[in-house]
Design a protein around this ligand. Structure first.
Ligand SMILES: *Cc1c(COP(=O)(O)O)cnc(C)c1O
Length: 356
């Protein structure tokens, strides 16, 4: 066995110490985006985590395998989560709960100042309703600790009703369990690349709660893989996001119980395409969505994957990703949100015309 295989096996053994339920359909594809790469003067691949089976897929499937693993170990029959009205995490939690026979209870926050009809009724919100999630409304959007506390109160009431709730906490006061799913994703990606005989010069990944970014970074470094992991800020400005991802990465290292130093310089974040803020469209994101669709038939969403692609285009334009680079774009999903944002996507619809 090569030293790289030995490192991978040691890491997978650490991961195996955590309870996990299987919600995916195995390894997600790693595919070349040749047309888009050619346009940009780089070699480009996509890790298709939008294709992982469950209820239209996305990165939260990997995270949920570990949260539900914990809940199942606690004997839960009900799951609670909080998120934005158009949260992919909420939709996938509801789907995972249904698949496992649990009751999904979700709290929807007013996080995004948008009130058009599509945002308020379609996309992930529609799907969460179809999945029969019990829905609570929380009138704040940027107070993670308060959202978690309110969720705990709902859980306490459910416990009084005789249910056994498990709460998926996403605030910083709670351990970054979902990040383990992206440690695993880094192992899987590394193995696929080795099978192709392909090296990478950069990985580009969205950075929201930071667990996808931090998990992938920790997984890569634990394998001795020093590829720069460029995080594209989708929710917070770079200074805040840098300290958040660094903290989460170090917490994931501690969860795994491995001996690994994550340096400040390992955490790279860029917020150039964040404005005007979380869940609000901008011109670079709209252009990136169009470009991926037209070059590759690849669907990206306005909140996460489209913004991440906009970040990648910015890195190329700026020379931070130089010509000839070998780049992996981590496609984290989010396509249902396209329908919630259709009035923002510049599609020539009757709705657009009626506004003018
Ligand atoms: C949640 C989400 C992200 C961000 O992942 P974090 O782990 O929260 O940083 C990226 N893409 C999609 C589609 C998501 O739903």
């Amino acid at each position: 066995m090569s030293p790289a295989d030995t490192q991978a096996q040691a890491l997978l053994r650490k991961l195996a110490a955590y309870p996990k339920v299987d919600l995916s359909q195995g390894v997600t594809p790693l595919e070349g985006l040749e047309n888009l790469g050619q346009r940009l003067g780089i070699a480009l691949w996509a890790k298709r985590d939008d294709c992982n089976g469950l209820a239209m897929g996305g990165n939260k499937v990997r995270q949920l395998e570990y949260y539900f693993g914990r809940g199942a170990a606690d004997g839960a029959d009900t799951v609670l989560i909080t998120g934005a009205l158009q949260s992919n995490f909420v939709r996938l939690t509801a789907a995972a709960a249904r698949r496992l026979g649990w009751l999904p209870v979700v709290q929807l926050e007013d996080r995004v100042p948008k009130d058009d009809i599509f945002y308020r009724s379609s996309g992930n919100f529609l799907l969460s309703q179809l999945l029969g999630a019990r829905i609570h409304h929380f009138p704040q959007g940027e107070n993670e600790a308060a959202a978690d506390r309110n969720l705990d109160e709902i859980a306490a009431r459910l416990r009084d009703e005789g249910r056994r709730p498990y709460v998926i906490h996403l605030g910083l006061e709670h351990p970054p369990v979902g990040g383990l799913g992206y440690v695993e994703a880094a192992c899987e990606t590394r193995r696929q690349l080795q099978g192709m005989g392909q090296e990478l010069s950069h990985v580009v990944i969205p950075s929201g709660s930071g667990l996808t970014h931090a998990g992938f970074l920790v997984g890569a470094r634990a394998l001795g893989w020093q590829v720069p992991v460029l995080g594209v800020c989708v929710r917070r400005e770079a200074v805040q996001q840098h300290s958040r991802v660094l903290r989460r990465a170090r917490e994931i290292v501690a969860l795994l119980g491995i001996d690994l130093e994550i340096a400040e310089s390992d955490v790279i974040v860029d917020d150039t395409v964040l404005a005007p803020g979380y869940g609000l469209i901008n011109a670079p994101t709209r252009a990136a969505i169009r470009l991926a669709a037209e070059c590759e038939g690849l669907l990206l969403d306005p909140v996460y994957s489209g913004r991440c692609m906009a970040g990648l285009l910015h890195f190329v334009a700026q020379g931070r990703i130089p010509p000839g680079s070998e780049v992996l774009f981590v496609h984290t999903g989010g396509a249902p949100a396209i329908f919630a944002y259709q009035s923002d996507l510049g599609v020539d619809s009757g709705f657009e015309k009626s506004k003018q």
